[in-house]
Design a protein around this ligand. Structure first.
Ligand SMILES: [Zn+2]
Ligand SMILES: [Zn+2]
Length: 508
């Protein structure tokens, strides 16, 4: 298990200008960087305590939390959106430091012996109605290779140079010289080398120790003194940094290493949607237009809310399950202010040949976990095939390679992954993908994509909060085609005004 591990990274720092020039590391650090691409957006929001500042994602996440279970196909749908499973979880299991704190080897298996279904989603009941029991799948079952020196995604024995804006290249003297030239730093004296440690649970350790202080009933003054010392100890002497902070900075800034090292306050710069690359007109193919009703001011200056159906909500909630890499693949970048795109482009650019061939495709076209897609996906990601385990004992879920000695009549069978979105066992392999229940249920969505169920009280509340008199409001029926939906999804990832920035005329 690697959640308490640390990974050392050597930074080369320009002392005068307070800037990290580049980092030197072995494969462990770069493996972690590349693993960012496999993380579902909902996992990033959750690990950042719903304060990711990534467009509307925090609001979306909170909306899923507070929306009543009645609106979802099954109870499991809510857990799927709030704790999305990473399709590359078994590969990421080998990382020295992991962002995702979920146990990827835990499955919930149906207790009925004739059902033979399992799911990684935490469910108390199987689709068939029987209870489930949790089972931890052994390491070798889903084909991860153990016991060699290779990294998670990278070949072994390589050293890397990572620039402040996360361009990854294999280390070489030529490269270092050219970087120093680029920064105009011929004098070695100005450059300081510092090693810092990246870990996953810095806050956790810090909280543990501070809690311990309060346990000892140290006086308030003495306690704050201890806390300051502790803070200095953990950030300066040991120089621990949380890997999730690096991911957040990489999503929102072009200098994540400098930001992390010098603790630069993170500001969310406004993204002007009109300056983003144009999204080419999409062929609508099998895409059914999404009908919404927009309520906005007569002068088009602001959008109040939209009345939408379950198709729209399914689309935007579904975003939480898509891996970060699929956003880059579709739009070329996460946010124009961030630098995750550089990381993605390094795979077959500057770090070409460093990634193990079997992992190249996985990183460049990250998938969704089985059944985690939504009914209206516009991001380019496929679902992983549902998994199956052939078990030599259905009572204790031993795999075929292990012999059960506990049960007198071990019964062997193949256990398949079920679709947690459907209570109906018949639709096990049906193509139903929606999280949200169909029917004439309307939802209300604000500009920053807060989703609440439609009711008079909620409508009045939004109107009151916006302080716009009723006379100044107009309604507009819209039918969103695939191109508009793609623009809307991109806006949702980079701005808080997702609806107005796409559906209202640009502000002068
Ligand atoms: Zn069952
Ligand atoms: Zn057994």
């Amino acid at each position: 298990m690697s959640i308490y591990g640390t990974v050392p990274v050597k930074l080369f720092i320009d002392k005068v200008n307070k800037k990290v020039l580049f980092a030197e590391s072995d494969k462990d650090f770069v493996d972690i960087l590349f693993s960012f691409l496999t993380l579902p957006l909902g996992t990033i929001v959750r690990r950042l305590g719903k304060q990711s500042q990534l467009g509307c994602l925090d609001e979306l996440y909170k909306s899923v939390e507070s929306l009543s279970e009645d609106h979802f196909q099954t109870k499991a749908c809510k857990s799927m959106l709030l704790r999305p499973v990473n399709a590359a979880a078994f590969q990421c299991d080998r990382l020295k430091v992991q962002i995702d704190d979920e146990n990827s080897r835990r499955f919930y298996v149906c207790c009925a012996s004739n059902c033979k279904k399992m799911t990684p989603v935490k469910v108390n009941y199987c689709n068939c109605g029987s209870g489930t029991s949790s089972w931890e799948c052994p390491h070798n079952v889903f084909g991860t290779v153990e016991g060699n020196d290779d990294g998670t995604f990278l070949k072994s024995g390589l050293k890397f140079i990572v620039t402040d804006d996360l361009q990854v290249s294999p280390a070489s003297t030529t490269l270092v010289f050219s970087l120093l030239d680029r920064f105009g730093l011929q004098e070695q004296a100005k450059i300081e080398e510092k090693i810092f440690q990246l870990n996953a649970h810095m806050v956790c350790i810090y909280n543990c120790i501070t809690n311990f202080f309060s346990f000892l009933h140290i006086s308030a003054r003495r306690k704050s003194d201890c806390e300051i010392r502790l803070h200095l100890l953990t950030t300066t002497t040991l120089m621990f940094f949380q890997i999730i902070s690096l991911l957040q900075r990489a999503s929102l800034s072009k200098q994540p290493l400098t930001g992390l090292y010098f603790d630069v306050p993170l500001s969310q710069d406004a993204v002007n949607i009109d300056q983003l690359p144009k999204i080419p007109k999409q062929g609508d193919g099998s895409f059914f237009a999404i009908k919404i009703k927009l309520v906005h001011t007569k002068d088009d200056s602001s959008e109040l809310y939209a009345e939408v159906g379950e198709d729209f909500v399914d689309l935007i909630f579904g975003l939480l399950c898509f891996p970060l890499g699929s956003v880059i693949r579709t739009y070329g970048q996460m946010s124009p202010n961030g630098c995750i795109g550089n990381l993605y482009n390094s795979i077959d650019g500057s770090a070409n040949g460093c990634v193990k061939s079997e992992c190249e495709y996985l990183l460049r076209t990250p998938k969704l976990a089985p059944f985690f897609g939504c009914s209206r996906d516009v991001l380019q990601a496929e679902e992983l095939c549902p998994r199956r385990v052939t078990s030599s004992c259905l009572k204790c879920y031993r795999t075929t390679s292990q012999v059960c000695t506990t049960h007198t009549k071990p019964l062997s069978a193949t256990v398949k992954e079920m679709n947690p979105k459907y209570a109906d066992n018949e639709s096990y392999y049906n193509n139903g993908k929606a999280y949200i229940k169909g029917g004439p249920r309307n939802f209300l969505v604000t500009d920053d994509l807060r989703v609440i169920h439609f009711s008079l009280t909620n409508t009045l509340q939004v109107m009151r909060a916006a302080k716009v008199p009723k006379e100044e409001l107009v309604e507009k029926q819209l039918s969103l085609d695939k191109t508009q939906v793609m623009k809307l999804v991109r806006a949702a990832l980079v701005t808080r005004g997702a609806l107005s920035s796409v559906l209202l005329p640009p502000k002068k």
